[in-house]
Ligand binder design. Structure first.
Ligand SMILES: C[S@@+](CC[C@H](N)C(=O)[O-])C[C@H]1O[C@@H](n2cnc3c(N)ncnc32)[C@H](O)[C@@H]1O
Length: 234
C-alpha cells in the first residue's frame, strides 16, 4: 500500500500503514516521527479519488466506477476492507432498541442497492463492495461542491471521537489567506491531511466518522449505535 501511494504521488511525511493489534481498527496509519500541530501529513492528488455527486445513490456510482477503474485504481480498491458485514456477533453487543434500528437502516440500504443495481448496472455480488464503500466514503468539502468520495490514504484512518487529524482540500485550506500562492505542483482539489495537535511518534492517526456528542436521549444513542453498525460494522 505504501509503495502504491509513493508510485501515485501521494506525498506523506513519514506515516506508515500498519496491520497491528495496536491499531483500533486492526490496520491503520501511524506516525514514524513526532508530529507538530498544523503539520501537513499527506497530500493526495485529486485524480486518484473515486467520487460521486449523486446525492441518493452515490455508493452505487462509486461502486460502478470502482468496477471499471483503470489498473492503478483497481490495485487500491483491492486493499479495501471493513464495513457492514451482517456480523451477528457484533450485532449481539447492541441493545434491543439499536438492533431494531439496524433492521430499519438495513432495509433502506437494501432498497438503495436495488436502485443502484438498475441505475448503475451493479450485480447481486456487489453488495459487499457496496457496503465497503459506505464505510470508506466522506464528504469532500466546498471546493468539491460537497461531493462524496473515497480518498486513498485518508481511507485508511480509523475512527475515534477525539480525532487528531483533519481533512481539507488545498482550495479550502487556502481560502481566507488572501494573496496566498498555490504550490505549483498541487491542484485546488488535491486533499490534505493536517495534524490537529502535536502527535507523538508511533501513535495512530485517527479521524472522527460520527459526532456522538449530541446524543442525549436513549433513542438518539440507539440511532447512532445503529448507524455506526450499519455503516462501519462496529
Ligand atoms: C475507513 S476504513 C479504516 C481503515 C480500515 N481499518 C482498513 O484496514 O482498511 C473503516 C473501517 O475500519 C474499521 N474501523 C475503523 N475505526 C474503528 C474503530 N474505532 N473500532 C473498530 N473498527 C474500526 C471498521 O472495519 C470500518 O468499517
Amino acid at each position: 500500500f505504501e509503495a502504491w501511494c509513493k508510485k501515485n504521488d501521494i506525498y506523506s511525511s513519514r506515516i506508515s500503514c500498519r496491520t497491528t493489534g495496536a491499531s483500533i481498527g486492526g490496520r491503520g496509519l501511524f506516525t514514524d516521527h513526532d508530529v507538530r500541530e498544523g503539520e501537513v501529513l499527506a497530500t493526495i492528488p485529486a485524480r486518484l479519488l473515486l467520487t460521486s455527486n449523486d446525492k441518493a445513490l452515490w455508493a452505487g456510482e462509486i461502486a460502478a466506477k470502482a468496477k471499471v477503474a483503470e489498473p492503478v485504481i483497481a490495485e487500491w480498491v483491492s486493499t479495501w476492507s471493513g464495513g457492514f458485514s451482517e456480523d451477528l456477533e457484533a450485532m449481539g453487543a447492541l441493545g434491543e432498541g439499536a438492533r431494531r434500528q439496524v433492521g430499519v437502516k438495513l432495509e433502506k440500504r437494501r432498497k438503495q442497492f436495488e436502485g443502484a443495481k438498475v441505475l448503475y448496472g451493479l450485480e447481486r455480488d456487489d453488495w459487499a463492495m457496496y457496503n465497503m464503500i459506505w464505510s470508506r466514503a466522506c464528504y469532500l468539502g466546498p471546493q468539491w461542491k460537497n461531493e462524496i468520495g473515497i480518498i486513498p490514504f485518508f481511507d485508511m484512518l480509523n475512527h475515534t471521537p477525539k480525532e487528531n487529524v483533519r481533512l481539507s482540500s488545498l482550495g479550502d485550506a487556502m481560502r481566507g489567506f488572501e494573496g496566498a500562492l498555490k504550490p505549483a505542483d498541487l491542484d485546488e482539489k488535491d486533499m490534505l491531511i493536517i495534524a490537529k495537535e502535536d502527535i507523538a511518534k508511533d501513535s495512530e492517526l485517527l479521524t472522527c466518522y460520527l459526532n456522538e456528542g449530541k446524543a442525549d436521549s436513549k433513542e438518539d444513542r440507539d440511532e447512532l449505535a445503529a448507524r455506526r453498525m450499519v455503516v462501519w460494522g462496529f
